[in-house]
Design a protein around this ligand. Structure first.
Ligand SMILES: [Zn+2]
Ligand SMILES: [Zn+2]
Length: 78
């Protein structure tokens, strides 16, 4: 089915943090966190709860442990 590289464990880190340049960690799919948004309230989800273009991608949370930023990144499935 889906061949998301993050879900399949093919990658464990990705591009550098915009803030500090550390490697971002990949967390779970945003679907797995939808009952737990409160854990991410430092980061404004109000524009993103309507799911970023998911048609061909698998949205994951990614985060920087160094500066505690988190983002949503959509991994393209191939
Ligand atoms: Zn995925
Ligand atoms: Zn950072």
């Amino acid at each position: 089915m889906a061949m998301c590289p993050a879900c399949n464990g093919l990658i464990s880190s990705m591009r550098a943090c915009d803030g500090c340049g550390q490697s971002l960690k990949i967390y779970g799919r945003i679907y797995d966190y939808q009952d737990d948004y409160s854990a991410y309230e430092e980061y404004d989800l109000t524009n993103e709860t309507k799911s970023p273009t998911q048609e061909n991608g698998c949205p994951h949370y990614v985060g920087c442990e160094a500066c505690k930023s988190s983002y949503i990144y959509i991994f393209m499935e191939s």
